[in-house]
Design a protein around this ligand. Structure first.
Ligand code: SF4
Length: 742
């Protein structure tokens, strides 16, 4: 392991070198280059990386370093099939690292687990669908099955999936939103009548200030740096709020700027960088809100015309105590007042946020206070302003729009039921954490996963794995081998699908699928490369054929629908708001913006007005326990680990670094470079994760940071965001234990 401070800006030559390394390590230099030229472009495919929108008109290189890693990992020349699985037992594979599993290559054929040999054996698609259907139909109630969705699934696959699951008879549709931005949806839905951000890329050209809370765009949404750079260059004030100093929020060399690349130049991103303590955002926002009200900088006209509930906010502001605000935020009053001044001097402000805000017990409260602060100065529904939760997976927002939600609205079910002439289940289903708890109790016996890596992305690893092993069936639609395929139920299947970059040939010709990005832009994505194997099926085809095998085709002609995805989109048009003339509008290069009423100050809330909802500070209750936050390295995307170079943090060759302040090292009598164990402290007992390397790092005292999925074992299953159920992975009370040598 090497730890050397990284003194260069984000981006620059190193991002080009890293991109080249990615395509070379997958054996596709030529193919990789050709493929990337079609990324995020009309007539091309949507990058399967994150949900950052595409500029329209498109530049020649509409991708980033981590987009190259995501595409190269999918377009890799490496393949694994029957021979690979004949050589390796599941028990042996389970001992390999996540990075090693990821690096084995694309799956080439459907596989069924054989407990006698402890191996996956090749199977035909028909056999797989028949056997899975038989298991599903053998359950005494459809509520004994849970149907998980990863945010990479296309709109067409997601729409068919929710229809199949509801015709099957349950709303058990846990999805990766439950693990990431659920709190954003709950909070904004209540206050603005829409759970989605109201900002578009055009607003980044018109705002006067951008605040970025709990997000690391340099690694997780790299093309966002291009927008931030352009904004900073035109004088927009950018305020970064993050316990960690992330390079992408400090300086950036745009790889597509010849001047910066050739001159070694770069652009400063954040003009102000605040390092609150973990979970200190609510106190920071409370302090800023107090300043706005004390200074009389609120927009009274907007408040009178569009909102309700401001009085409770005034009372909260008056009662809020600065010493408590400073103590809980870990920031000084002066720092908070400086941030509030930047906010008040701006006539149009965007608030962006990521997991650093949503994966906390009080995340809904924090987000509602963020929205309160925006509403106080009328920064919703005007150019250059608004809430901008930046989503992770490329279509996680689209999947929710398609009905992938365990708590569907009656209006949605009414429309779906009348359109397909059936009575959808009304009982709300289980989210991710709820599904695991139900598996543990033996109430859920089947997990079917449309993509993703359920066993690695979820909290409380030991309990989750034990719960999965209690299942009578686990089945995963996927492109590559991962941990979830090795934590299996009594019966298990791996169903390999086409990737986003691959041509999806159906009876009606090559098909495109649609996605919806973080800013509600819906556009089509069409594969350009031959499939990794002739035995692969598309996600929509897998869902349709499983539905036909399980339910028959009297109610829905599943196979007819997948002959031409326009037919699926016609149904989407018939069932979901905002998709009128869907297929026609997709002809527009770059697609169309899905209307968000809150962006036009049409508040679909109880009472029809935007709602101030106040949340007072509460005693932290952490005692003197250290607070751990789980983070990604620069060389990973969600649970997919591409490599071990966390370049911007200067950490290489180590997946278990534990970032700790010099103050805490001294206070605890520990040395940087020592290996330790972590123990999380919870009401139901302790959880351990072992063998971490102490790395001295610029992080507030009392706070620690380490990578997931390695630290997910420390997150108690019921340590979740109030009202949202999202695992509170960004604030885990832990203690450090020295490892006994020898
Ligand atoms: S910013 Fe996200 S969507 Fe865009 S190329 Fe990079 S990883 Fe892909």
């Amino acid at each position: 392991m090497s730890k050397r401070p990284y003194n260069k800006p984000a981006g620059g030559w190193d991002s080009l070198i890293s991109s080249l390394r990615a395509v070379r390590s997958e054996g596709i230099v030529g193919k990789g280059a050709r493929t990337m030229l079609k990324a995020n472009r009309p007539q091309g495919f949507d990058c399967p990386g994150c949900a950052w929108p595409d500029r329209n008109p498109h530049s020649t290189f509409e991708f980033c370093e981590n987009g190259v890693k995501a595409v190269a990992a999918e377009a890799t020349a490496k393949r694994i099939g029957a021979a690979f699985f004949a050589e390796h037992t599941v028990s042996w594979l389970a001992q390999q690292s996540d990075q090693w599993l990821e690096a084995q290559g694309r799956l080439t054929e459907p596989l069924r687990y054989d407990p006698d040999s402890d191996r996956y054996l090749p199977s035909s698609w028909d056999q797989c669908f028949e056997q899975i259907a038989a298991q599903l139909n053998a359950l005494d109630t459809p509520h004994r099955a849970a149907f998980y969705t990863s945010g990479r699934a296309s709109n067409e696959a997601a729409f068919l999936y929710q229809l199949f699951v509801r015709l099957y008879g349950t709303n058990n549709l846990p999805d990766c939103s439950n693990l990431c931005h659920e709190a954003s949806g709950v909070a904004m839905g209540e206050q603005l009548g829409s759970g989605k951000g109201t900002v578009t890329l055009d607003d980044f050209e018109r705002c006067e200030a951008i605040f970025i809370f709990g997000q690391n765009p340099g690694s997780n949404h790299p093309r966002m740096l291009g927008e931030l750079r352009a904004a900073a260059k035109r004088g927009c004030r950018i305020v970064a709020v993050n316990p960690l100093r992330e390079r992408g929020l400090e300086r950036f060399t745009h790889p597509q700027s010849p001047i910066e690349m050739l001159s070694g130049g770069s652009t400063a991103i954040a003009s102000t960088y605040l390092n609150p303590r973990i979970g200190g955002d609510l106190a920071l926002v409370t302090g800023m809100l107090k300043c706005v009200l004390d200074w009389g900088e609120q927009d009274d006209e907007f408040i009178a015309a569009h909102t309700t509930g401001v009085e409770q906010l005034r009372k909260l502001g008056e009662a809020a105590d600065w010493s408590e605000i400073e103590a809980q935020s870990g920031l000084s009053r002066a720092q908070i007042e400086q941030a509030a001044r930047i906010y008040c001097d701006s006539r149009a402000t965007i608030f962006c946020w990521g997991m650093g805000i949503t994966q906390h017990a009080r995340s809904v409260a924090t987000i509602q206070m963020l929205v309160n602060l925006l509403l106080l100065r009328g920064n919703v529904g005007k150019p250059g302003a608004g809430p901008c939760p930046v989503r992770g997976h490329s279509n996680v927002q689209g999947d929710r729009t398609m009905g992938i939600y365990e708590k569907p609205s009656d209006a949605f079910l009414d429309r779906l039921g009348s359109h397909f002439d059936f009575t959808p289940p009304r009982e709300h289903g289980l989210d991710v954490v709820g599904s695991i708890a139900a598996m543990e109790r033996g109430e859920v016996e089947v997990l079917f996963a449309l993509g993703g890596n359920f066993a690695a992305a979820t909290p409380d690893t030991r309990r989750t794995h034990a719960a999965l092993r209690r299942c009578r069936l686990t089945a995963h639609v996927t492109t590559k081998l991962n941990r979830s395929h090795l934590v299996l139920g009594a019966n298990a299947f791996i169903l390999p699908c086409l990737g986003r970059t691959e041509i999806d040939q159906q009876v009606g010709g090559a098909q495109g699928v649609t996605v919806e990005d973080s800013m509600s832009m819906v556009h089509i994505s069409s594969g350009i490369n031959p499939p990794a194997s002739d035995l692969l099926l598309s996600e929509p085809a897998i869902v349709a054929r499983l539905a036909a095998a399980t339910l028959g085709e009297e109610q829905v002609r599943w196979r007819w629908l997948i002959e031409d995805y326009d037919r699926i989109r016609d149904h989407i048009e018939g069932c979901i708001d905002g998709f009128g003339r869907f297929n026609q509008r997709l002809q527009t290069p770059g697609g169309f913006h899905l209307r968000n009423p809150a962006r036009e100050r049409e508040w679909r809330t109880t009472g029809g007005r935007a709602r101030f909802i106040a949340h007072a500070l509460q005693p932290s209750g952490n005692g003197d326990a250290l607070q751990l936050m789980t983070v990604r390295s620069h060389d990973q995307y969600n649970t997919t680990v591409y490599g071990d170079a966390d370049r911007y943090r200067g950490i290489r060759g180590e997946r278990r670094p534990l970032m700790i302040s010099a103050t805490d090292l001294q206070r605890l009598g520990l040395q940087s470079g020592e290996r330790v164990d972590l123990v999380s402290l919870w009401h139901d007992g302790e959880r351990r994760a072992e063998d971490f390397l102490l790395v001295e790092y610029a992080i507030p005292p009392g706070n620690l940071a380490a990578y997931f999925p390695e630290t997910n074992a420390l997150v108690p299953l019921d340590h979740v965001a109030e009202r949202a159920g999202t695992p509170a992975s960004k604030a885990i009370p832990v203690r450090i234990e020295r490892r006994s040598v020898g």
